[in-house]
Design a protein around this ligand. Structure first.
Ligand SMILES: [Zn+2]
Length: 105
């Protein structure tokens, strides 16, 4: 099986993200292993679509009335809230199918 890979859109292929970490000795920037590519620097090309679908999923949730938080929305869609969070970030496939579900009646 060949995988079509692209540079990770989150870390730009650098394999790490920079995040401000605060502790008892103050705050500093730390390098964190990229959450999207797990430090690989590349992701499957299909992830571009997952990200686009996830963004639409998130937009639908926050723009439709009444406003729905992730917990409310995951219950409505019948999925785990952790999965919804990952879908909205485009970390896994499946957002497209949820987008096809009807809007709230
Ligand atoms: Zn990355």
């Amino acid at each position: 099986m060949t995988l079509d890979l692209i540079a990770c859109p989150t870390c730009g292929g650098e394999r790490v993200n920079h995040a401000l970490a605060c502790g008892t000795d103050g705050c500093r920037f730390m390098e964190m292993v990229c959450y999207r590519c797990n430090g690989e620097g590349v992701v499957p090309r299909a992830m571009e679509q997952w990200i686009a679908d996830g963004e639409r999923l998130r937009q639908r949730r926050v723009e439709e009335l009444p406003y729905r938080n992730q917990r409310t929305e995951s219950a409505r869609l019948g999925i785990d809230v952790v999965r919804l969070s990952r879908l909205e970030q485009g970390l896994e496939p499946g957002g497209a199918a949820l987008l096809e579900m009807e809007a709230i009646p």
